[in-house]
Design a protein around this ligand. Structure first.
Ligand code: DHB
Ligand code: FE
Length: 281
C-alpha cells in the first residue's frame, strides 16, 4: 500500500526562484535563504519519494477571478510552468500521477470534501519555488507531483479547520491506494507577509515562531485561528499559512519535527520551513 511518510512546509517567495534562475543564489543575501535548505535537500534525496502531493496557491496564473475553486486537485499527466511577474521559470515540466490523483479525488469526494478536478493546468511559483528549494536545479524533477491548489487569493478562503480535516482525508486516501508508493506532502506559502496597502512589508516574527511551535506540537490549536487573526497578525498574504494545515492534517498528531528554519527577509516575506516525519521515524 502507499504510505504517507513525511511533510515539508516551506514559503514560496517568487524572488527565490528568480535568484536561482539568474545565478544569484551564491550572493550573501540569497545564500542565507538557500543555506537553510541544504540539509533538507539531502534528506529528501535520501528518502526518495515516488510522489509529492504539493499543496500550494496559484497567483492568477492558472485561475483568474472568472473561476475560483476553493480546492483544485491536479489529475493531469503533466503541468507546464507559467508565471506572473518574472514570467515562466526555466524549470522542468512537472510530471503528474493521474492514477493516484484520481484515487484521491474519489476517496476525498466520497468523504464529503468537494474538490474541483483539474485535468489541464499551468503551475506558477507557488508550486515551482518549493520544488526548487527542495530539489535544486535538476534536469527532471525526481518524483511525480500531484498539485492541490487552494484559494487563498480571493475572499473567502477555506478555514484552517477545514484544511486540517482535508489533510486527514488525503492521508486516508493515500493509505488506501494499493501501490507501494512513498508519498510526501508539501504545505507551502507563508509566512507572514503583506504585499499591498498601508501595511505593505508587514512581517511578524513572533506570530511566525509561535505558529511553527504549534505546528510541531499542537496543530489543533492552529485550526482555531480565524481569518481576521491571520490578516491582523501575519498580514494579508499570511493567510497562505492555512495551506500548511492541510499538510499537517495528513501527518500523525505526534509527527516528529526533524528540521526547522526561519529567516527574515526574502523579498517582502518571512521564510519559514519545517520537516515533520510520521512514525516509524
Ligand atoms: C512576494 C511574495 C509572494 O508570496 C508572492 O506571491 C509575490 C511576492 C514577495 O515577497 O515579494
Ligand atoms: Fe504568494
Amino acid at each position: 500500500m502507499a504510505k504517507l511518510i513525511a511533510g515539508v512546509m516551506t514559503s514560496h517567495v517568487p524572488a527565490i526562484g528568480a535568484a536561482l534562475d539568474n545565478g544569484k543564489s551564491g550572493e550573501p543575501y540569497w545564500q542565507k535563504v538557500f543555506s537553510g535548505y541544504e540539509e533538507s535537500k539531502n534528506w529528501l534525496a535520501e528518502i526518495k519519494p515516488d510522489v509529492v502531493i504539493l499543496v500550494y496557491n496559484d497567483h492568477a496564473t492558472a485561475f483568474s477571478l472568472e473561476i475560483i475553486p476553493t480546492f483544485a486537485l491536479g489529475c493531469a499527466d503533466e503541468y507546464i510552468p507559467a508565471d506572473e511577474g518574472w514570467g515562466a521559470r526555466p524549470v522542468p515540466v512537472v510530471k503528474g500521477d493521474p492514477d493516484l490523483a484520481g484515487h484521491i479525488a474519489q476517496s476525498v469526494i466520497l468523504d464529503e470534501f468537494d474538490l474541483t478536478i483539474v485535468n489541464k493546468m499551468e503551475v506558477d511559483h507557488g508550486l515551482t519555488v518549493p520544488l526548487s528549494l527542495m530539489c535544486g536545479q535538476p534536469k527532471e524533477w525526481p518524483f511525480k507531483v500531484i498539485p492541490l491548489c487552494v484559494n487563498v487569493i480571493q475572499y473567502p478562503p477555506p478555514t484552517g479547520n477545514r484544511c486540517y480535516n482535508l489533510g486527514k482525508a488525503i492521508r486516508k486516501a493515500v493509505e488506501s491506494y494499493d501501490k507501494d508508493l512513498r508519498v510526501v506532502i508539501f504545505g507551502t506559502g507563508g509566512m507572514s507577509h503583506q504585499l499591498q496597502g498601508p501595511r505593505a512589508g508587514f512581517i511578524n516574527s513572533e506570530f511566525d515562531n509561535r505558529f511553527l511551535d504549534k505546528l510541531s506540537t499542537d496543530p489543533v490549536a492552529l485550526t482555531k485561528i480565524p481569518h481576521l487573526e491571520y490578516i491582523r497578525e501575519a498580514g494579508s498574504e499570511g493567510i497562505e499559512m492555512v495551506m500548511w494545515l492541510i499538510a499537517r492534517g495528513a501527518l500523525d498528531e505526534d509527527a516528529k519535527e526533524i528540521r526547522r528554519f526561519y529567516h527574515v527577509p526574502a523579498s517582502n516575506t518571512a521564510v519559514g520551513h519545517m520537516i515533520l516525519e510520521n512514525a516509524p521515524y
